[in-house]
Ligand binder design. Structure first.
Ligand code: ADP
Length: 307
């Protein structure tokens, strides 16, 4: 195979109680990338559609992640990449992670799969480091494995794929403001109290158990974040109203997607996810905030070949 086209899913990181460790992949929102083998060594980004992003490989997360893979490969050539960017950067649904993931996953396919999923996560994390100064894995892991993933540890990197109940849907609303991950990290405190810790790991354990047991009520009871959400939500227009109205419309839970400004809600079934979308839309229409909105099943496959 000389050329491949891939779908690179958007992802929701943190998922309320799983700050920096939990993430999930979406199905209906993502970028598309075409990657070709070239005789020339290195990586060339030949085209970017949809967004104004750097074309130099060293300044684009796709290039940086790809170069990390090439550095560990004995392949003698290089790659050319085209990015059809559908996820807006800075939206909080893993725009940079989609590009990093798509690049390394596609290259691995073209090379006959010499690298494991865990190694691909490690290469893609180099792209995340370029985007936000921190080599975090909570978006790239679900983009590669699909479904929900838990980053149990960074040293050594230990990714735990978590099964996803089949009727779980996400609704994500993106108010049209941009928050850089690096900025939304700066406002966080560096310490938490014992009481906050106890609440958070109780909820995280509950959420993981709920996902394993297909227990939607337990998932809903566990979707709380008393540490990061109260601080970061201040940056997001009408966060409290969007969340309260989503819950009223039947969502199991709602919170900040990644570092925001997108807000997600999880629901049982597509019908409820649509009603949640309606309630979120109305909330922003009433106060004249422009937005994008997505409804998606949780994607159990992750990045995939489309041509
Ligand atoms: P997100 O959480 O949506 O990925 P970030 O703020 O973490 O948003 O990352 C976006 C940053 O990464 C922007 O500064 C953007 O210019 C940079 N970037 C570099 N290459 C890419 C790419 N291929 N896709 C998206 N963002 C990129």
């Amino acid at each position: 195979m000389e050329k491949i086209k891939v779908f690179c899913p958007a992802t929701i990181a943190n998922v309320s109680c799983g700050f920096d460790v939990l993430g999930l992949a979406l199905d209906s929102v993502g970028d598309e990338m075409t990657v070709r083998k070239t005789a020339d060594k290195g990586i060339r980004i030949s085209k970017i559609i949809g967004q104004d992003l750097p074309m130099e490989a060293e300044k684009n997360v796709a290039g940086v992640a790809g170069l990390a893979l090439l550095a560990k490969s004995d392949y003698d050539g290089g790659f050319e990449i085209e990015i059809d960017k559908r996820i807006k950067p800075g939206s909080g649904i893993g725009s940079s992670a989609a590009s990093s993931t798509g690049a390394v996953w596609a290259m691995n396919e073209l090379l006959g799969n010499p690298f494991s999923k865990l190694e691909l996560v490690q290469f893609a994390m180099e792209g995340e480091k370029l985007a936000s100064d921190v080599a975090h894995a909570d978006n790239v892991a679900p983009a590669i494995y699909g479904g929900f993933t838990l980053v149990r540890s960074y040293e050594p990197l230990d990714i735990i794929p978590i099964p996803t109940p089949s009727e779980l849907y996400a609704t994500v609303i993106h108010p049209q403001i941009e928050i850089k991950t690096s900025d939304s990290r700066k406002i966080l405190k560096t310490t938490i109290s014992m009481q906050q810790g106890i609440q958070q790991w109780g909820n995280l354990g509950g959420l993981v158990a709920g996902l394993f047991q297909n227990d939607y009520d337990l998932i809903g009871r566990s979707l709380h974040d008393h540490i990061v959400e109260p601080i970061r939500s201040i940056l997001i227009p009408a966060f409290d109203d969007i969340k309260a109205n989503a819950l009223k419309a039947g969502a199991l839970g709602s919170g900040i997607s990644g570092s925001g400004p997108s807000i997600f809600a999880l629901s049982k079934g597509e019908e409820t996810a649509k009603q949640v979308a309606e309630s979120m839309k109305k909330t922003y229409q009433n106060i004249a905030v422009d937005f994008d909105i997505h409804i998606s099943k949780v994607n159990s496959q992750g990045v995939k070949k489309i041509a």
